[in-house]
Design a protein around this ligand. Structure first.
Ligand code: UTP
Length: 596
């Protein structure tokens, strides 16, 4: 400890050890510093401070690209409802036995302002199931498909969850409750790994900040989701997966409700292009504050596909082309699509690059200038992002994007109601709990319409909750076991022209359910447990259904009702009230035929 303290004092950190500090306080601080020193690979605490001094220098972010030129990235635009999309899904399904999943769930969620792990929130209020349950259900359904197609009933798809101090206990609680009643119990290979926080710094000289509540503890903050690579390496998990025969590692973030609707097709494009890294992306408006996927040509002429933060893209384009990020189509889109933090890595390549690099992806600092004494407005730390792994690959590695429509892969919950309104004004997208729920139902309607069912997908009236638009159409939830792909969902309807769903309906379909003739004007919940099969030969359901009730603010009664609402309701500005519904559940293996 003495040695480390002496080194720190000699490297600009003497302020941590005032002359009048008690022995006990120095000992306590020393223990924390030793721990940080052990966690902060490579180079320990001093290595971190040295990197911070370089990265906190003015212009450091832009310097990253000095002498390099942006160009269109390599990639594919995969549109929904096209044969090419379905071909990609078909290829992806074949790879299912060889996939492992990584969820990065260490984020604090400051913009959402939710106390607790975001994965514990419901993605929609119709079934009120948590994001974590939804993710587990998807992996379970994919595992089931993999077992059937491989003929191996014991095959297990591995799943790693990265947590942080801010989320670990909440995630562990959710898992202990069985992922909120999910199929988690059937996922035999789930590993939770916690990322550690890193020291925050007061100024460009990387002077370490102390905790405002304790002058003898260094203030620490999250290091970003890029930690996932170092942890996959350090724990040996990635290498173990490769040995087990895993070919693809899919990484995704905590609250993107549509991520898995695009993952099978993304696996397909990884196979088709034999890609080392496949960056799932969406169309991005010019100037939109979303990381862009770019080709970057180095001074040696070699080209790489990289994710570039939007605040670096503008200056880089200005410097090289003389104009910023400008639209290239009538929709105002940039030629650089927006990465959505869904990434497919070729496992063997990942393991190799992790072994070579230790998994430390390039870090960056994002300090906000403060008052004139040279200190930042708030202490800053180094951060890193999981999509930056391509920086560690040699030029010539197969890195490409797969751009899909938002409706097939992206609707995150990031913003509270206030931030959501600002986001709508800036980008057209709220990225709030309400917009995510609205998008999830829209995705269900679209998939049913693509299967040939009669359900309205366009021209729907809009309702506004806390100022955010909500498409007031049928609330359709298609569980992953009902269908992983467009083709699997289509196969559920032998005669889709005989299936009709009104705008005010609620429909949940889960498991092995086949629908031949259905008229629905109300609420219908159908679920078949694993091994059971429900065939709806003919069914007419007309009932009061369910409604979304706005949580009004204003008069005392209404304000009290709003205050009594659950956090997931308050952040949406509405609650879901079931008035009347029909439930058909087949709990045991065997066929259930419905004809009424
Ligand atoms: P976000 O960009 O949504 O950041 O993270 P955040 O920290 O969760 O939310 P804000 O910025 O405070 O509002 C994208 C994904 O990366 C994870 C998040 O949990 C989310 O799944 N993440 C983020 C980590 O795992 N670790 C981190 O240090 C930061």
């Amino acid at each position: 400890m003495e040695e480390l303290i002496a080194l720190l004092k000699a490297n600009g950190q003497a302020h941590l050890f005032p002359a009048d500090a008690s022995k006990a306080d120095v000992e306590r601080l020393g223990q924390q510093l030793l721990q940080l020193n052990a966690n902060l690979a490579p180079g320990g605490l001093l290595g971190y401070i040295k990197r911070a001094q370089d990265l906190l220098a003015p212009q450091a972010g832009v310097d990253r690209f000095r002498g390099q030129r942006p160009t269109a990235a390599r990639g594919e635009r995969l549109r929904v409802n096209t044969p090419r999309f379905e071909e990609a899904e078909e290829l992806g399904l074949r790879e299912m036995p060889y996939v492992a999943f990584v969820l990065v769930a260490g984020g604090l969620g400051e913009r959402l302002g939710y106390v607790g792990a975001k994965v514990g929130l419901p993605a929609q209020l119709t079934t009120n199931e948590s994001f974590l349950k939804m993710h587990c259900d998807w992996i379970y359904a994919m595992q089931h498909h993999a077992r059937v197609t491989s003929g191996d009933p014991t095959l297990t798809l591995p799943f790693m969850i990265m947590t942080s101090d801010d989320t670990h206990d909440a995630v562990m609680d959710l898992l202990a409750q069985g992922g909120n009643g999910s199929t988690l119990g059937h996922l035999a290979d789930v590993t939770v790994v916690k990322q550690e926080k890193v020291p925050a710094m007061l100024n460009r000289h990387a002077k370490l900040a102390t905790d405002p509540r304790d002058a003898f503890q260094v203030l620490c903050k999250p290091h970003g989701h890029g930690d996932v690579h170092g942890l996959l390496h350090k724990t040996g998990i990635a290498a173990r997966w490769a040995k087990q025969g895993v070919r693809w590692v899919v990484m995704f973030q905590d609250t993107n409700a549509l991520a898995f609707r695009g993952i099978t097709a993304a696996l397909g494009t990884s196979v088709r292009g034999d890609l080392d890294v496949n960056i799932v992306a969406v169309p991005r408006r010019a100037g939109e504050a979303v990381g862009a996927v770019c080709g970057i040509v180095g001074a040696d002429g070699a080209e790489r596909t990289l994710c570039v933060e939007y605040n670096q893209l503008g200056p880089l384009l200005e410097a090289t082309t003389g104009q910023g990020d400008v639209a290239v189509d009538d929709g105002g889109h940039s030629p650089f699509p927006g990465g959505i933090n869904v990434l497919v890595f070729k496992c063997a390549r990942l393991v190799k690059v992790l072994a070579q690099s230790g998994g430390l992806v390039p870090e960056f600092a994002n300090p906000k200038p403060g008052a004139n004494n040279g200190d930042f407005a708030t202490p800053a730390r180094l951060e890193c992002m999981m999509q930056d792994l391509p920086w560690l690959l040699p030029a010539g590695a197969a890195v490409a994007y797969t751009e899909m429509d938002r409706a097939t892969c992206f609707s995150p919950v990031k913003n509270n109601a206030h931030e959501a309104l600002k986001a709508v004004r800036a980008t057209g997208f709220a990225s709030s709990a309400a917009s995510c729920e609205s998008d999830l139902y829209a995705s269900g309607r679209l998939l049913l319409a693509m299967a040939g069912c009669s359900v309205r997908t366009t021209g729907l009236p809009l309702r506004y909750f806390l100022g955010v638009a909500f498409e007031d159409g049928a609330r359709v939830v298609l569980a992953p076991r009902f269908g992983l792909t467009v083709a699997q969902i289509r196969a559920r309807f032998a005669t889709p022209e005989r299936v009709q769903i009104s705008d005010r309906s609620t429909l949940v379909l889960d498991g092995d359910v086949f629908v031949e003739q259905l008229y629905l004007d109300g609420a219908l919940f159908v679920s078949a447990a694993p091994g059971a099969r429900i065939v709806i030969k003919t069914l007419r359901v007309v009932n009061a259904g369910g409604v979304l009730e706005a949580l009004e603010e204003g008069d005392d009664d209404a304000a009290a009702a709003a205050a009594a609402a659950a956090p997931a309701e308050r952040m949406r500005g509405y609650r879901s009230r079931g008035l009347e519904s029909l439930s058909i559940h087949a709990p045991l293996p065997g066929d259930v035929i419905i004809a009424r």
